[in-house]
Every structure is written in structure tokens, then in C-alpha cells.
Design a protein around this ligand. Structure first.
Ligand SMILES: NC(=O)c1ccc[n+]([C@@H]2O[C@H](COP(=O)([O-])OP(=O)(O)OC[C@H]3O[C@@H](n4cnc5c(N)ncnc54)[C@H](O)[C@@H]3O)[C@@H](O)[C@H]2O)c1
Length: 461
């Protein structure tokens, strides 16, 4: 049998599980995880026990021993699943020590850290894979397939509206994400997925951004309006937790308790801060206009206190329009539910061709986290026999950079009230590899023209 690929993982919180579990269960013939690293000793001990249950023994390293881990364990690849603002440091150190990197999104949180990664990648020649699981969700890949096929011609604009609900959306206001220094705000932390989807769907590059962002809902005034007069600074032990619809009861959920509550003594990380406290600086209501190199434009919004979770995206092309609605299941990260599972009855795609009747498309199906994207992504990461991908879904540091830069520019626009040019803030980054898309003013296929003719004749009075 050929040698297994060796992995180590840094950051062993909620999201880490998808990776170590998949390596130890689905890809154990090809891959092995040999060590984990975190700044929280308690969480590492829990993960050690989790891995032992799968028959895997890993070494544990404190964050200060990252270099020692690399020297002793000699991994091929470092998986980075720490909080966002620490990604750049681990990515760069791993590259400098001769390892490839797989990192969770967002690749990093600001343009300076981004430049550091771009430089380190160039010097090392090693790979940085950014795991954009949303590209892999079958209904999203299907949209790419449709756009590539030219069914609506050349895409000139996109309307994209993402809704985070009062369960998952609220969760960003409880944890480290609530401070921009940690997450870049939702424009970077969350919208990196969405901006990446649009860059990839259109095979395009963002050029300028104008945005307005506010925190309208997660405020002390909302607590008062809900009759919560005694809100504390966290849910655990809060006098109002019995009547607060946002209370996160970690003690009552085994997964959240053992991962977070039981390990607070090690680093003071509280997973359940009050969503209404004034002690945060991220927005919950954001509107963004983006201009792309091709001439296409996008109007995008993100709301983090919606009654349902999912999105509506519309593509306007020179031959028609595609409308896609997607609803996702309710969860908070680490609560044991599958994150972002597709709600099939709430998901549909409709094509409206010019001059012909609209029709609904049978959706490509998949199960698992993030609309069925997680398992497909994992195969791409860990299966050396994964087939060639005509959609080019594997993303590297270039897509990582272009996906965060729209959000970083939006954050700047929130403050200045001005349009921000991407070339003013992003260091030179080569274009990502994208599939070829329909060109403007390509001749319309003769069978399509014939169909229009037939339809018009049939409907003549
Ligand atoms: N692609 C997705 O759909 C998706 C979903 C959830 C989270 N994520 C990403 O995964 C990453 C982890 O998120 P999470 O929800 O698991 O967070 P988490 O808070 O549950 O876990 C983060 C872990 O990193 C550790 N950590 C923090 N700072 C560290 C440091 N300096 N050195 C070493 N360890 C450190 C913490 O102790 C914790 O164990 C984030 O980048 C997040 O954006 C992606």
C-alpha cells in the first residue's frame, strides 16, 4: 500500500470535526491525522478522546509549540481551523516550514494579512487550498453548469440576498465573530462565501465596491422591546434566560457543553455572550454594490436576523434570467445538527428565457452539511482519485484573496461613504483559474431562434 498523506490540524473547535472525522473514517486508507494544536488544552483533550474512539492516537501541541509539532510530526499538510484573525499566522508559518495548507474561509481578515499570505505562498511554492464548500453544494454547482452552458447568455448583473436567521445569524453576535478584529465582521467572515460564489459563478474579478452597513437589531433596545429588563452579559446564569428567545443553553446541550462550557477555565472563551450587549462592533444589516471586470454588476445584501435562513440569487443575462431560491435548516455551530442542510421544499431554480415561457429545473441533489457541499468538498480534499473537475471548484489563495477583498472594501466603504477601488487596497494577485464563460454578443444558436419562432407562431392570434 502506498504511503498515507500526513495531516496536522490547528484549531479544534466546532468546525474542525468535519475534517478530522472525514480523514479518520472516510479516507483512512489514504490519509492520517497525526497531531492537533490549539490554545485550549481542555478542548484538545476532548478531541484526543473523540479521536481515540475512532481508533486514532494523536499527539497534542499547545499553540506555542506549533513549530515543534511540524518538526516532530513532519506533516504534508496543515489544516487551519482556528478563529479567522489567526489564519494568516498559521498559514504563513506552515508554508515557510515546507507544508501545504488547507484553510477554512475566510482566508484571512484584512488586506495586510492577505499580502503576507500571497508573499509566503510565492516564496514557498507550496499550495494554499481555501475550502469554499458552497461551490460544491449540488444546486450551486448546477447553477454554474447552467451559466457555463449559456442558457441565459452573457451575465450582466446579479441580485443576491442572503438571510441569516435568528438562530444561526444570532450566533455570530455571541462569540469571537462579534468583534471585527477577530472576524473582519460579517462582510468578511460570512460574505466571503457569497462573494466567492459570485466570482466563481461569473468567472470574474471584483473591481470596485460601495456599501452601507449598520447594526439595527442586535442592540440593547431590542432586549428592552422583548421585555428583557435584566439581560446579563452572557446566557449562562442570566436572570432573563428563561424568557429570552435567543438564550443559548449550553448546559443543556451535550455537544456545546463539552466543547465550550467545560473548557472556559483554560482560556476564558465564552460561547454565549449576550446578543444584545453594546460590546461589539459588527453590522447585522449590509447592502453592497460591486462592479466586476467583465462589466457585470451585483447588488448584494446580508441580514442577520431573518425569520428563515438561506438566499435568493438572480442572474440577468443577455438571453434571459435565472432565479434560484434556497432555504437551509436551523442550527447553531457545534450543537450537533448538520450545519446549513438543504430544505428541499424551500429550494428551487427557474429559468426565464427571452421570448419563451419560463420553466422550473429539476435540482441536482445532495445530502450533508452546507447544502450537500461538505461531503463533495471532502472528497476533493482527501481522495487522491477524485475525478477531474470541469467546474474548477478547488480554490486556492487567489480565490481566497478575491473573495475577502470585496468584504474588506465594503468595510472601508461603510466608514468613508465612498466607492472603494480594489486595486487601491489589494496587492497584486494573479487571476484564479476559472471555467470559460459565454462571451458578450455571441451568436444566438439557430435551434434557439427556431424555438422562439415556433413559440411565436403558436401564440399568434
Ligand atoms: N465553511 C464553513 O461553512 C464554516 C463553518 C463554520 C466555521 N468555519 C470557519 O472555521 C474556523 C473555526 O470556526 P469554529 O466555528 O470552529 O470556531 P470555534 O470557536 O468553535 O473554534 C476555534 C478553535 O480555535 C482555537 N483557537 C483560537 N485561537 C487560536 C490560536 N491563536 N491558536 C490555536 N488555536 C486557537 C480555539 O480554542 C478553538 O478550539 C473559522 O475560521 C470559521 O470561519 C467555516
Amino acid at each position: 500500500m502506498s504511503e498515507k498523506k500526513r495531516f496536522v490540524q490547528v484549531g479544534v473547535g466546532g468546525r474542525s470535526e468535519m475534517y478530522w472525522k472525514s480523514i479518520c473514517e472516510d479516507y483512512k486508507d489514504q490519509c492520517e491525522i497525526v497531531a492537533i494544536c490549539d490554545n485550549n488544552e481542555g478542548r484538545m483533550n476532548l478531541r484526543k478522546k473523540n479521536l481515540e474512539k475512532l481508533g486514532v492516537d494523536v499527539k497534542l501541541y499547545a499553540d506555542s509549540d506549533f513549530e515543534k509539532m511540524i518538526a516532530e510530526c513532519k506533516p504534508d499538510t496543515v489544516i487551519v481551523t482556528t478563529k479567522d484573525c489567526t489564519h494568516d499566522d498559521y498559514i504563513c508559518r506552515a508554508l515557510e516550514l515546507g507544508c501545504d495548507v488547507i484553510t477554512e474561509k475566510p482566508m484571512t481578515t484584512d488586506e495586510k494579512k492577505c499580502e503576507r499570505i500571497v508573499e509566503a505562498q510565492k516564496k514557498s511554492g507550496k499550495t494554499v487550498t481555501v475550502t469554499f464548500n458552497y461551490r460544491y453544494a449540488p444546486p450551486r454547482t448546477q447553477l454554474k453548469d447552467m451559466l457555463m452552458s449559456g442558457v441565459i447568455g452573457n451575465i450582466v448583473s446579479v441580485d443576491f440576498h442572503w438571510l441569516l436567521n435568528t438562530s444561526h445569524g444570532a450566533d455570530y453576535f455571541r462569540r469571537w465573530h462579534r468583534w471585527k478584529k477577530n472576524s473582519g465582521g460579517l462582510m468578511v467572515h460570512k460574505s466571503t462565501h457569497h462573494f466567492d460564489l459570485v466570482n466563481w459563478w461569473l468567472s470574474d474579478i471584483p473591481e470596485s465596491v460601495f456599501a452601507v452597513g449598520k447594526r439595527n437589531y442586535y442592540r440593547p433596545e431590542t432586549a428592552k422591546s422583548l421585555g428583557l429588563e435584566n439581560a446579563g452579559n452572557r446566557c449562562h446564569g442570566c436572570a432573563d434566560s428563561g424568557k429570552c428567545p435567543f438564550a443559548l443553553k449550553m448546559a443543556e446541550n451535550e455537544g456545546l457543553k463539552e466543547l465550550y462550557l467545560d473548557n472556559e477555565e483554560f482560556d476564558g472563551y465564552q460561547r454565549d455572550k449576550c446578543v444584545f450587549s453594546d460590546d461589539m462592533d459588527i453590522e447585522d444589516t449590509m447592502n453592497v454594490i460591486v462592479n466586476y471586470r467583465s462589466g457585470a454588476t451585483m447588488s448584494y445584501s446580508l441580514h442577520a436576523f431573518s425569520p428563515w435562513e438561506g438566499f435568493i440569487v438572480t442572474f440577468n443575462g443577455t438571453k434571459g434570467r435565472i432565479e434560484h431560491t434556497c432555504q437551509e435548516s436551523v442550527y447553531v455551530n457545534g450543537d450537533g445538527n448538520i450545519p446549513g442542510e438543504l430544505v428541499p421544499e424551500g429550494t428551487k431554480t427557474k429559468v426565464y428565457p427571452h421570448f419563451l415561457p419560463g420553466y422550473e429545473v429539476e435540482l441536482w441533489k445532495g445530502t450533508g452539511g452546507h447544502g450537500g457541499g461538505d461531503p463533495v468538498l471532502l472528497a476533493d480534499l482527501f481522495d487522491k482519485n477524485a475525478p477531474e473537475d470541469k467546474y474548477m471548484r478547488a480554490a486556492d489563495y487567489r480565490s481566497g484573496a478575491f473573495s475577502i477583498i470585496t468584504g474588506i472594501a465594503a468595510n472601508k466603504s461603510f466608514v468613508s461613504g465612498e466607492m472603494v477601488k480594489i486595486s487601491d487596497i489589494l496587492c497584486p494577485v494573479p487571476d484564479p483559474d476559472y471555467p470559460v464563460m459565454p462571451k458578450p454578443f455571441e451568436p444566438v444558436a439557430s435551434d434557439y431562434l427556431a424555438k422562439i419562432e415556433e413559440f411565436r407562431n403558436k401564440n399568434k392570434k
